[in-house]
Write a protein that binds this ligand. Structure first.
Ligand code: UDX
Length: 452
């Protein structure tokens, strides 16, 4: 079923790179199915409308100025959005319906799970709503388990149990739970419990594929009573586009062109996680000594990265020479699809995870916080396409960095991982082809929206 042009969807992304990207991808996919797309976004990290000439953009005044977001205040910022954006969105949509309500019908509000205030707005306007979950189903399972873990006395987590397996969530250990190392774990638990509720929304869309998380999706289904649509990986269903908050540096592509096949280790920690000064120095020498060519995203907005690299002794430059390339922000999807890239040292944000497995690139999984820990475990222990890095990047780890890179990319020991990564890429390709599980789910989603 294809939507008629008068069918409009309001998309409300959560304003962080890892969330804006999949929401805009979803918009592109649904626009290709005939829907008119309006993106209602905060002033903070607003997307660039010129990249999406087919969409309408509606700014919601967020009432929060000069935000500087890190993993430390992430939770409170997200909670604040849910308070400050509600009335402005309600008013903006009411105005929109009044102005051209006779021309266009709003079929649904599709909102990021962390922008849960949208459910109230939808109810107020009597419009159906749908949730987009931008993380993994494996991560959502941990949210679903929280009431049980509280009831059984496992939460608050105890230091002595961190290495123990979580009942019914293996291979996760307590330390892998998304809230285990948060300073504001009460705040996070509260946010998670809000984000996890489906309220009156009619369905959940997942940026995942059955071949990635079949068991987890089936388990989740037992706890929810609304339909699920796993339609990912969405970035493989849309033409490449740039909606980055930071500007991409394309010089690394011409550098990659000069490297041999599958020789380059790509290092990036996404848009929120940072290495501290000690970690950067250890990583720099580990990369230098690994003898593999490397492409490293060293973000200047971290405040320290670039200075630390500049201060490395001359011997670093001598060892590395033309073998290393650093950029502030890479065109990551293009990088991962490049024939020269053979491994990804990643923080395991869900977007980076699905971008890597879609290209058959095996990973070194160095998670920092939240869902990244669940994803790292899933990649290494369930899918078998990554090696988990759990050491601290402190003095003396250089040798380990060097060893793990060579193990993933060259040594006989990593052969099985590389092979599994290749196989998974093939399965993902099948799932997005016509008749594949994600492609069929997408058709079901379109029908669901039209019939709601
Ligand atoms: C955040 C959370 O940290 C993550 O755990 C959650 O799963 C999603 O939200 P982020 O840390 O930015 O996301 O990581 P990730 O989900 O991997 O998204 C990063 C995006 O930025 C990816 O789409 C990646 O392609 C892009 N990117 C990253 C670039 O385009 N260039 C870069 O140099 C680095």
């Amino acid at each position: 079923m294809e939507a008629q042009r008068q069918n409009r969807l309001i998309l409300v992304p959560c304003p962080f790179q890892g969330h804006i990207t999949p929401m805009l991808q979803l918009g592109t996919i649904l626009h290709s199915k005939g829907f008119v797309i309006t993106v209602a976004h905060t002033k903070f990290n607003s997307p660039n409308p010129s990249q999406y000439p087919d969409f309408n953009f509606l700014e919601i005044p967020d009432g929060l100025s000069d935000l500087n977001v890190s993993s430390k205040n992430f939770v409170s910022v997200l909670s604040d959005f849910n308070i400050t954006c509600k009335i402005p969105l309600q008013e903006a949509l009411t105005q929109m319906v009044k102005t051209d309500g006779h021309l266009e019908k709003i079929n649904s509000i599709i909102y990021d799970e962390y922008m849960y205030f949208c459910n109230d707005v939808a109810n107020h306007l009597q419009i159906p709503s749908i949730i987009l979950s931008t993380s993994s189903a494996a991560n959502m399972l941990t949210y679903q388990a929280i009431p049980r873990l509280v009831k059984d006395g496992y939460i608050p987590l105890k230091e002595t149990m961190l290495l123990d397996p979580v009942p019914e969530l293996q291979p996760l250990r307590f330390k892998d739970l998304p809230f285990s190392n948060f300073t504001d774990s009460d705040g996070l638990l509260q946010l998670i419990s809000e984000a996890h509720k489906t309220r009156t929304s009619s369905a959940i869309i997942w940026n995942t594929a059955k071949c990635l998380e079949q068991t987890q999706l089936a388990q989740l289904g037992q706890g929810y009573h609304i339909p699920f649509f796993p339609i990912g990986p969405m970035h493989k269903m849309v033409p490449p586009s740039c909606n980055n908050v930071l500007e991409e540096d394309h010089k690394c592509i011409s550098w990659l062109d000069k490297q041999t096949d599958k020789s380059v280790i790509y290092v990036s920690l996404g848009s929120i996680a940072f290495m501290d000064e000690k970690e950067i120095v250890e990583m720099a020498w580990g990369l230098a000594n690994s003898k593999q060519p490397f492409l490293w995203v060293v973000r200047t907005d971290s405040g320290i990265d670039e200075d630390v690299i500049k201060k490395l002794p001359e011997s670093f430059e001598e060892t590395v020479g033309e073998r290393g390339c650093t950029v502030n922000w890479a065109p990551q999807k293009e990088v991962l699809a490049h024939r020269a890239v053979g491994g990804f040292w990643s923080h395991c944000g869900w977007n980076s995870t699905i971008e890597s497995v879609s290209e058959g690139v095996p990973m070194i999984c160095q998670s920092y916080f939240g869902d990244q820990k669940v994803n790292a475990r899933h990649l290494s222990q369930v899918l078998g396409v990554g090696i988990q890095w759990e050491n601290k990047l402190e003095r003396g780890e250089v040798v380990q960095v060097e060893i793990v890179i060579r193990r993933l990319m060259v040594d006989e020991e990593g052969k099985v991982i590389r092979h599994k990564a290749k196989e998974l890429k093939e399965k993902i390709e099948l799932s997005i082809r016509q008749g594949g599980s994600s492609s069929s789910s997408l058709n079901d989603l379109v029908n669901h929206i039209l019939l709601s």
